[in-house]
Ligand binder design. Structure first.
Ligand code: H2U
Ligand code: ZN
Length: 337
């Protein structure tokens, strides 16, 4: 049997229909880039300068209410706008079309210092409820066919403010990854008469090799085809297409899974682990999507320490994703953390 942990190989990502190059032997290479890390400064529970703290003025002068749990507002610098004239440019080479949409910001907590990784499960449950209600509201906007819920954590991932918050973008066209996953989930279902992620979750639960955490209704794995060193996939263990479909105890279970994963992340390198995370869910285009299985991807860049990250550069940008540490090794480090 081939030793997948020691030899270069490639793994197939059945959700995005692409290959990932895995080079687990490479972590032994010499590294002179390490920089010593000073611990992140402690943050106050309230920052009078923060544009997301309760009662404060935002960059455009609007004032936040004195919110006590979560708070959602229309992004003042939204990438998508609801009122844009319909326009197309045709031809095989210079194609373009206008795009309608709306963007919101969701503050997870009134506390400036309370990251998801430090929240209690009931507090994260409040965030899950806010994600679900924002999802339902934005999905029902007349021009919306896709809703993307995400969080950028940490300056390394481009977060503009340390106050715990995420974003939700809703737009008229189906984004690339949602389109690819829809195609792949549909194909798998028609060829195998079962859901790709129901089958995958069951398979991982049986093998236990890449499971980071699980409870009755949710599981967290480092996917077999992970690209980022400590990438994780969070899945409800029941088949459903979108986050609003989660029943009460499934929401608690998801909150517990998010807590288990993010707190482990912070322990791996004893730092506020940066990541981008987001939910993939069925297109909100009014069609039936029995093939769709809600899931969240966590994509953290750190590789060896609080300051040494994986770069997606030459080969990754120009050929295909590549990783060093084996997904099984990453899963075990996270499970143990
Ligand atoms: P990020 O940290 O992931 O960039 O999200 C913060 C968002 O908050 C960002 O999209 C918005 C920015 O446009 N924002 C406001 O809507 N109002 C403000 O006063 C500042 C930032
Ligand atoms: Zn704040």
């Amino acid at each position: 049997m081939n030793d997948w942990r020691a030899t270069p190989h490639r793994r197939y990502d059945p959700l995005l229909d692409r290959w990932v190059l895995v080079s687990p032997h490479r972590l032994a290479r010499p590294w002179q880039g390490e920089v010593s890390e000073s611990p992140a400064p402690m943050r106050a529970a309230y920052d009078p300068e923060c544009y997301l703290c309760p009662g404060n003025a935002r960059a455009n002068g609007k004032r936040n209410p004195p919110y006590e749990q979560t708070f959602a507002f229309e992004n003042d610098f939204a990438a998508l706008l609801p009122d844009v004239p319909d326009a197309h440019a045709g031809g095989p080479l210079l194609r373009a079309q206008s795009e309608r949409g709306t963007c919101r910001v969701l503050c997870f907590s009134p506390r400036h210092d309370l990251d998801v990784a430090k929240m209690s499960v009931p507090q994260i449950r409040g965030v899950v409820d806010a994600w679900a209600s924002q999802y339902s509201q934005m999905r029902d906007l007349p021009y919306v066919n896709a809703v993307t819920i995400f969080e950028n954590r940490g300056a390394m991932m481009g977060a503009s403010n340390p106050h715990p918050h995420g974003q939700i973008w809703a737009n008229a066209s189906i984004p690339n990854d949602m389109a690819t996953e829809t195609r792949m989930l549909r194909k798998y279902r028609s060829e195998n008469a079962e859901c790709l992620l129901c089958a995958y979750a069951a398979r991982e639960m049986e093998a236990q090799e890449r499971v980071v955490f699980s409870n009755e209704h949710a599981c967290v794995v480092v996917p077999f085809w992970a690209v980022w060193p400590f990438e994780a996939l969070v899945m409800p263990r029941t088949h459903m297409g979108s986050i609003d479909e989660l029943a009460g105890e499934q929401r608690d279970a998801l909150a517990e899974a998010v807590q288990a994963l993010t707190s482990r992340y912070d322990r791996v390198f004893d730092t506020a682990f940066p990541y981008s995370m987001g939910f993939h869910q069925q297109p909100a285009d009014g069609a039936r999507h029995d093939e769709w299985h809600l899931h969240a991807h966590y994509l953290p860049p750190l590789l060896r320490s609080a300051s040494i990250r994986k770069y997606m550069v030459g080969y990754e940008l120009l050929a295909q994703p590549q990783r060093d540490i084996a997904p099984e090794e990453a899963a075990q480090r996270l499970a143990r953390a």
